[in-house]
Structures are given as structure tokens and as C-alpha cells.
Write a protein that binds this ligand. Structure first.
Ligand SMILES: Nc1nc2c(ncn2[C@@H]2O[C@H](COP(=O)(O)OP(=O)(O)OP(=O)(O)O)[C@@H](O)[C@H]2O)c(=O)[nH]1
Length: 211
């Protein structure tokens, strides 16, 4: 769904600004994913496909550093591809979504990854997300298949739900943390490991759930 919500919003002070793009087939839940992160709400009802591209800003705090994420929500439909390609090269991070209830959206991930390699910066942060994990009764893509594909491409992976909010914040925070670490890291320091960060945060939240 498209709106001009990004435009005109008062800008918040920040230490670091990053562009993040949401990519994936039409209907996988990119707009809902962004709205869940920004407003903590789920857009249910009639599906309105995004036209072109739109953005919204959100400032997150990572280790006392304020990171402004400018999040670009792209249209998944093929006819808008040439519009969205132009935005790839400015993006520092790409969240690539498929829908766990759609085999086709998963099969298309390889094509999305080749587009990314063609148009994006070489060191762009990529994360693979299997969305709609709340709809387990209609699942057609196994978690292991997502994990295997992510391992093949060397990218972090999570299953998410824009409906319940599962792992939505974690996905953006992990990206913000990676970009912040890159900005402050000295050449002789060990590189930040985004995979390890995600696993540790997942463990933290599952252990807190039982307290
Ligand atoms: N159950 C469930 N439904 C979802 C989830 N995310 C999105 N949806 C539904 O999936 C449909 C498509 O969601 P959108 O966010 O508009 O999809 P999109 O990827 O932005 O689509 P385009 O704008 O065409 O690229 C809507 O009917 C949403 O309500 C989710 O995590 N769980």
C-alpha cells in the first residue's frame, strides 16, 4: 500500500542515517512489515499494492547511538522494477521478503538476489525474511528451506510476522546495529557478526518470555 507518510514528518536528531529497502514479490507483506515497525499496527483488510516506491523514517537507538533508518517500501509488481532499480545503489541495507505461504515468492528469491547483485552496492547488508509465519496452517515453505537458501548466499535469515510483530523489530535493529558497527569500527577490530547478534537476541527474548 502506498502513502506519502514519509514526507513532511518532522525530522528527529540522529548520529547516523541509513537507507534500508524492502524488496520481494507483490503481496509478501512489505508495506505491513514497515507499518508494524513504524506504528506497531497491522494493516488488515483489502490488499492495496504499492505503486512505485515510498518511504518512512524511524530513529532507533543502538548502544546509545541514534540511527535514523530511512525505510523505502518498494512495489513488488514487475511493472515497477525499473523505478525501484534506481534506488538500489543508495541503499545500505536490503530486507528481502518472501511469504511462507507462497512457494512462488520463495522461488523468486534467487531472481531478486541477482537483481541485487546487479544494481546494489557490493557491501550492502542483505537479510532474508520469511514473512507471514503466523499463518502456519497454510505454510508451504519450510523453515529449513529458508535457512538453507540464506546459508547458500551467506545472508542472515529469520521468519517474521507483520501481523503479530514477530521478529519485525529485531530485523531492523540487527541492520541498524550492523551499520552502526561498520561506521565506528577500527580496521584492527574484529568484524561485527550479524548472525551471532540475531541468534543472541532471539535467545534473550525466548528466555525472557518464561520469566
Ligand atoms: N497473516 C498475515 N498476513 C499478512 C502479513 N503481512 C502482510 N499480510 C497480508 O498480505 C497482504 C499483502 O500485504 P502488503 O504489505 O500490502 O504486501 P506488499 O509486499 O507490500 O505488496 P506490494 O505493495 O504489491 O509489493 C495484505 O492483505 C496483508 O494484510 C503477515 O505477516 N501475516
Amino acid at each position: 500500500m502506498s502513502s506519502r507518510a514519509g514526507a513532511g514528518a518532522p525530522s528527529q536528531p540522529c548520529d547516523l542515517a541509513c537507507k534500508v529497502m524492502l524488496l520481494g514479490d507483490s503481496g509478501v507483506g512489505k508495506t505491513c512489515f514497515l507499518v508494524q515497525f513504524k506504528d506497531g499496527a497491522f494493516l488488515s483488510g483489502t490488499f492495496i499494492a504499492t505503486v512505485g516506491i515510498d518511504f518512512r523514517n524511524k530513529v532507533v537507538t543502538v548502544d546509545d547511538v541514534k540511527v535514523k533508518l530511512q525505510i523505502w517500501d518498494t512495489a513488488g509488481q514487475e511493472r515497477f522494477r525499473s523505478v525501484t532499480h534506481a534506488y538500489y545503489r543508495d541503499a545500505q541495507a536490503l530486507l528481502l521478503l518472501y511469504d511462507i505461504t507462497s512457494k512462488m515468492s520463495f522461488d523468486n528469491i534467487r531472481a531478486w538476489l541477482s537483481e541485487i547483485h546487479e544494481y546494489a552496492q557490493k557491501d550492502v547488508v542483505i537479510m532474508l525474511l520469511g514473512n507471514k509465519a503466523d499463518v502456519s496452517s497454510e505454510r508451504v515453505v519450510r523453515t529449513e528451506d529458508g535457512e538453507t537458501l540464506a546459508r547458500e548466499y551467506g545472508v542472515p535469515f529469520m521468519e517474521t510476522s507483520a501481523k503479530t510483530g514477530m521478529n519485525v523489530e529485531l530485523a531492523f535493529l540487527a541492520v541498524a546495529k550492523e551499520l552502526k558497527e561498520r561506521a565506528v569500527q577500527q580496521p584492527d577490530e574484529p568484524r561485527f557478526q550479524i548472525h551471532d547478534y540475531i541468534e543472541s537476541q532471539k535467545k534473550k527474548s525466548s528466555c525472557c518470555a518464561f520469566i
